[in-house]
Design a protein around this ligand. Structure first.
Ligand code: UD1
Ligand code: UDP
Length: 364
């Protein structure tokens, strides 16, 4: 390329830092410049700084420090600040990923300023418009100039919606990131937490549909607390207060052991050693698959259907009994769970290369 591109990358929430590091390495290698804008959607040290440290990701060039608020106020503040930045600075293309309010804000501001929008992790659908993420991703896909789809299923969704001519199947940046960091997983955390590989479960729960409804959250926590091995639950701050109430402010209840959110390298190690993972997280369910660890998905649907179609994951929803039944069903199959992931489902670690190549074609 004669001249590198000037790109703006908008991030804000925990999994976007992992996706950012994987892409940034390739962008810089190809001679492009990337301004990293952190909206400040996640701001606690354990939700933000720890990832920049673990990943060796440069500090954001700009932090909008928007913080927490309702959807409208949070997205609006991000848009206002992003618009001002883009008025003052040259930008050949703006890159967003996933389905958070930071994604939506970046995409809406850029499209109205006629700046090309690249959507990484495009085409995922739960077909449930009550999920804020579903709204964010559908709108972002509609306005994006380049849709980078992580899987064949996502590509199929894009084509059905008539957006196929702007789309490329690139693979999943989370998998690129996982491959880069898996050997650096901080295994010492198991000993520090008095755990043995295969002798515990790992759980995460943070989706609004599970955590804003006390009945759902209680069902999930009750199910986890009756499992036959200790369950490590790093608690997302949106639910910490409710979970502490459930646990009567103790650090454990039944099998459940509550811990603060942890860094990425520790999380990778805990995932690798878990007998099974219980989660409603998009990132954690994929990482379970990457490690070939079985998982129970605490949702009625998943955007990552490939996991269900293989033998790795079971959809359990939120009811206490259905979670326990899903675990029993998976438990009976533990010996059959493939120990090697089908690498090509998520792009074989080539997502960053393919995304950058597609951007060069679109934007040069
Ligand atoms: C957001 C994304 C979700 C993504 C998740 C990743 C949206 C609509 N949702 O959900 O898609 O899966 O990030 O983790 O964008 N809080 C803190 N400290 C922080 C951040 C949040 O205390 O650093 C608390 C606040 O009470 C806040 C609540 O968590 O109101 C929710 O945070 P928010 O960023 O709005 O949504 P998440 O649930 O994190
Ligand atoms: N993660 C982490 N520490 C935690 C919980 C999650 O490092 O305490 C990582 C996890 O390994 C994955 C990402 O955060 O890489 C997933 O983020 P999250 O579950 O918050 O969001 P989602 O993927 O559902 O959007």
């Amino acid at each position: 390329m004669a001249e590198g591109l000037n790109l703006v990358r908008v991030v804000g929430a925990r999994p976007q830092f992992m996706q950012a590091v994987a892409l940034r390495r390739e962008l810089l290698r190809r001679g492009h410049r990337e301004i990293l804008i952190h909206t400040g959607q996640h701001y606690d040290e354990a939700m933000s700084k720890v990832f920049f440290d673990d990943l060796g990701l440069d500090r954001p060039d700009v932090n909008l420090r928007v913080g927490s608020a309702g959807h409208g106020a949070q997205t609006g503040r991000m848009m206002q600040a992003l618009e001002q930045y883009l008025l003052d600075n040259r930008c050949d293309g703006l890159v967003v990923d996933g389905d958070t309010n930071s994604t939506l804000a970046g995409a809406l501001v850029a499209v109205k300023m006629h700046i090309p929008v690249v959507h990484v992790e495009a085409g995922l659908r739960s077909f449930d418009m009550r999920m804020p993420e579903e709204v964010n991703r559908i709108v972002t896909d509609q306005v994006a100039d380049l849709l980078c789809s992580p899987t064949e299923t996502a590509m199929g969704n894009i084509e059905r919606e008539g957006l196929g001519s702007n789309a490329v199947r690139t693979g999943d940046l989370m998998y690129d990131c996982f491959l880069h960091f898996r050997d650096r997983a901080r295994k010492a955390v198991l000993e520090e937490m008095n755990l043995e590989a295969g002798g515990y479960f790992l759980a995460t729960v943070h989706r609004s549909e599970n955590t804003d409804d006390p009945e759902r959250l209680e069902n999930i926590l009750e199910a986890l607390s009756c499992l036959p091995l200790p369950v490590i639950l790093p608690v997302h701050p949106r639910v910490s207060e409710r979970i502490r109430q459930f646990a009567k402010r103790a650090d454990s209840v039944g099998a459940l052991r509550l811990v603060e959110p942890i860094g990425y390298l520790e999380m990778l190690a805990l995932e690798a050693g878990a007998r099974c993972i219980f989660t409603d997280s998009g990132g954690v369910q994929r990482e379970a698959f990457f490690w070939a660890v079985p998982s129970v998905i605490l949702r009625e649907t998943t955007e990552w259907c490939e996991l269900i179609e293989g033998k790795w994951s079971v959809l359990a929803g939120w009811r206490r009994q259905s979670i326990l039944d899903a675990y029993d069903c998976l438990d009976g199959r533990f010996d059959d769970v493939p120990t090697q992931v089908k690498d090509d489902i998520f792009g074989g670690g080539q997502a960053a290369k393919r995304i950058v190549a597609a951007m060069e074609t679109l934007l040069s």
